[in-house]
Design a protein around this ligand. Structure first.
Ligand code: AMP
Length: 188
């Protein structure tokens, strides 16, 4: 089973992905986590990515697609994967399908976690203040830009999957357990 968890920053994609990977023995692929690893390692890619991430902008499709291509061909993806934070542009979605086609794979379902914008701000700012966050991009100014970028560049991805009849939207304003139950209903 290959899924996409879709939603704005702070929607709870990462939390829900963690629940699903245990339940279905599949892997979570988060391009954000992969980029943060690059930043930590101090690689050239990491240095480049950090500048972009610190502004809340998107890393180029080219870089992201090459990371994804390498990742989904690894053996641990054989049982399936959950894409978290990817695709984030229309182009990434189209390119993903090209790669998957060539591997005889497909996306089964896209689950959109729908949340209120005010709640998003609160959640991310809480994440930052509780110090749970090791993320440099969890602050209000960057967050504002991340949400602007989401609306402009990432929302068109939803339309792509809606046309393919793969899009399922759930209410992300409920607690973690309820959201998780609703996701399970959709995929089982
Ligand atoms: P995330 O952890 O998914 O919120 O991603 C953190 C940051 O990494 C984003 O604000 C972007 O700068 C970058 N990033 C992550 N995934 C992507 C992607 N699919 N395309 C472009 N940039 C990305």
């Amino acid at each position: 089973m290959n899924l996409i968890l879709f939603g704005p920053p702070g929607a709870g994609k990462g939390t829900q992905a963690k629940i699903l990977i245990e339940r279905f023995n599949i892997v979570q692929i988060s391009t954000g986590d992969m980029l943060r690893e690059e930043v930590k390692s101090g690689s050239d890619l990491g240095k480049l990515a950090k500048e972009i991430m610190d502004k809340g902008n998107l890393v180029s499709d080219e870089i992201i697609m090459s990371m994804i291509k390498k990742r989904i061909t690894k053996p641990d993806c054989e049982n399936g994967f959950i894409l978290d934070g990817f695709p984030r542009t229309y182009n990434q979605a189209v390119n993903l399908d090209t790669i998957l086609n060539s591997l005889n794979l497909k996306i089964d379902k896209v689950i959109e976690i729908n949340v209120d914008e005010k709640l998003l701000f609160q959640r991310i700012l809480n994440r930052a203040s509780e110090n749970q966050s090791t993320r440099d991009d969890d602050n209000s100014e960057i967050l504002k830009n991340r949400i602007i970028v989401y609306k402009k560049d990432t929302l068109p991805v939803l339309e792509y999957y809606r046309k393919l009849n793969k899009l399922y939207t759930i209410d992300g304003m409920q607690n973690i357990e309820e959201v998780s139950k609703n996701i399970l209903k959709i995929i089982s």
